[in-house]
Write a protein that binds this ligand. Sequence first.
Ligand code: ADP
Length: 363
Amino acid sequence: GKAIGVFTSGGDSQGMNSAVRAVVRMGFYLGCKTFYIKEGYQGMVDGNDNIVEATWASSSGIMQLGGTVIGSARCSSFRTLDGRLQAAQNLIERNITNLVCIGGDGSLTGANIFRQEWPSILEELSKRNRITEEQKASCSHLNVVGMVGSIDNDFCGTDMTIGTDTALHRIMECVDTISTTASSHQRAFVLEVMGRHCGYLALVASLACEADWVFIPEWPPEEGWEDTLCKKLSAERSTGQRLNVILVAEGAIDRQGNPITANKVKDLIIDRLKYDTRVTVLGHVQRGGSPTAFDRILGCRMGAEAVLALMDATPDTPACVISLDGNQTVRVPLMECVQKTQQVQKAMDERNFEEAVRLRGKS
Ligand code: ADP
């Protein structure tokens, strides 16, 4: 049977374990050996007991857990050819020629580079007598399939990334929790949520939590927003609402490109309206905790599809990402999605928001 290596890389997200489990289980079902590659690319480069064969038991009882039990890391040596040669040698020694990468656009880019380079890597390793002719022949192609684990939902080509739904739930729980105390004391709360380049979490959470106002990077408020905001808040108070909830995405900015921070908004409200106003930065709470049913099932479905995609891969099949399109898990070209995602980031950096939103939409 074929050997599959599965790893998680870059920032962690809830539901990654479910995806790992599904890869292992689908692998078993199809008669493959599956290896956990621990600590992302770092474990691939370091080898030894960072690459261990998965068992049915070791993939049990993990889908309930947030984060990634096989570890994730950033790895500078994988960015170098020497690092990738070492990683390849470690894979070839275990006959692993199928990789499932669960990570963000950086991790997926690395996997794609590795796949494209594979023939020249084999030549080099063979020239240096680090692999045998037999190994060279039996490991002639590297198949790569990706899945996107990210709480930000910032990847082009999939409706949802693994972890986004759980992060939303976490935000919702926090806002609901804070709302009761805010109401008791007639306070305004300004909550900072994650999302440096992408306001998805803040926007959707604001709908789900009945927020009074939301600031997102893609939509800097119109000049004079300070007046509009204060008018809105006081209008709400005058109808009997005892609290105010305002969400601020980390990357929120005004029309000049200046950051709109939670503290700035708090100072404004205190200055103009004299409301008792507090700031809460949700921070890493959003990345943690038990994954929602949605993320568990998403990880399961994507993981299973990833293995099927590997089994179908031929030397000419470009690397793909498993994505969610409506209610279907589908395979989409990896590099196209990565490039589009990077174009969005560039458009955001250039404050070309319409272009960013257009690129993010389905084409
Ligand atoms: P994310 O996957 O969340 O976008 P990073 O961009 O930090 O996170 O990438 C995670 C890891 O993937 C890096 O530490 C590095 O090991 C690897 N990687 C990223 N980009 C490349 C690249 N262009 N070439 C090789 N490896 C890369």
